[in-house]
Design a protein around this ligand. Structure first.
Ligand code: NCD
Length: 353
């Protein structure tokens, strides 16, 4: 059983299927669950902007009978006075029962989980992962496709390099097989290999330059915005915008039961002429997110967390070269390595060492 949710793949397929079923039951019978988290407190620590993830987590806890504390932006907290992540987590651990954290640095949620006696949920760590968006995405696909999770043709379009929702979704789909993925992006914004090496084993991956080339084959198209805040310069970002726009003209060739998903917020990648098309399911998707997050809160609060003994972690002395990795901003973190596809990678951000 998972203690924290840092990466979707912390769950086995069976654990995910149980969570999915619980989410369905909560969706159908919400009042049955209204006291499941009575007297529990969720701490929502949002170091980065959020609308859906933050509100849906807080609404989830309130609908389960619990309460919430937290911040949206660090300007009114001790972080602005120089408090490090470890200290903030240790402090919050005294006041709440579960922590949800979104942070600009890759691996920050994992770092938080090392020091927290409470379950930690990763609500987005820089351009790395966003596992609860993946739960939302899979829950939506399961609901709208009658639980069919294999044999699907899935287009993933936009910023596959920095889009953390894309990374988590592709990692998660390695739990299933026989799906075909159509990656549609510029060469500069292709998905890093370490997010898809597991997926490749049982699924097909095809790379396309345009939406037009594959739209007729797709059961699902997952659109994403270009992640402006992750680029080194505004100029580099500008070169990547306005290239992929899904509009009425392109949809003419699509299947009637195509599902258009988007983690949101959307910029200009969804044409205003398809907003009311029944295939556009991204607002329903955002709505489903609250129910699957309710299921996750129930599961993680069911039993006390077994805390990692930080003293026992063997440090390697090898620094991560990824400048966006949390180990480069939080100086007190132990260097930990994990193996991905036989390669030594940073356990926080998964970049090869
Ligand atoms: C996403 C995120 O924050 O990564 N938003 C969300 O949580 N639904 C997608 C994005 O910001 O583009």
């Amino acid at each position: 059983m998972f203690n924290d949710l840092i990466d979707f793949n912390d769950l086995t397929l069976l654990e995910w299927e149980n969570l999915f079923e619980l989410g369905l039951d909560i969706y159908d019978n919400p009042s049955k669950y209204k006291n499941y988290c009575k007297n529990k407190i969720l701490a929502a620590l949002f170091y980065e902007p959020s609308t859906r993830t933050n509100f849906s987590f807080q609404a989830a806890m309130i609908r389960l009978g619990g309460n919430t504390i937290g911040f949206s932006g660090t300007s009114a907290t001790s972080v602005s006075k120089g408090e490090n992540l470890k200290d903030t987590i240790k402090i919050v651990s005294n006041y709440a029962d579960i922590i949800v954290i979104r942070h600009p640095n890759e691996g920050a949620a994992y770092a938080a989980s090392l020091y927290s006696k409470l379950p930690v949920i990763n609500a987005g760590d820089g351009g790395h992962l966003h596992p609860t968006q993946t739960m939302t995405d899979l829950f939506t696909i399961g609901k709208l496709k009658d639980k069919k999770m294999t044999g699907l043709d899935i287009g993933i379009c936009g910023d596959l390099l920095y889009g953390r929702t894309v990374h988590s979704l592709l990692k998660a789909f390695s739990l299933y097989s026989d799906n075909t993925f159509y990656f549609i992006s510029t060469p500069e914004l292709r998905v890093p290999e370490y997010f898809i090496y597991e997926l490749r084993k049982n699924n097909k991956i095809i790379i396309y330059k345009t939406i037009e080339e594959c739209i007729d084959k797709l059961d699902i198209i997952y659109m994403t915005r270009i992640q402006r805040e992750r680029f080194k310069t505004e100029e580099e970002y500008k070169k990547q915008t306005g290239i992929y726009i899904l509009d009425k003209e392109k949809l003419k060739k699509s299947k009637k039961d195509l599902i258009i998903l988007h983690p949101l917020p959307k910029n200009n990648e969804i044409g205003s002429d398809i907003e009311d098309d029944p295939r556009a399911q991204y607002f329903a998707q955002a709505g489903f997110g609250m129910y699957i997050r309710m299921a996750l809160l129930i599961k993680l609060l069911e039993k006390p967390k077994t805390q990692i003994n930080i003293q026992e972690i063997k440090t390697t002395g090898k620094k991560c070269a990824n400048e966006k990795c949390v180990t480069n901003t939080e100086k007190n973190l132990p260097d930990i390595i994990k193996k991905i596809d036989g390669k030594s990678c940073c356990a926080y951000c998964e970049t090869e060492i």
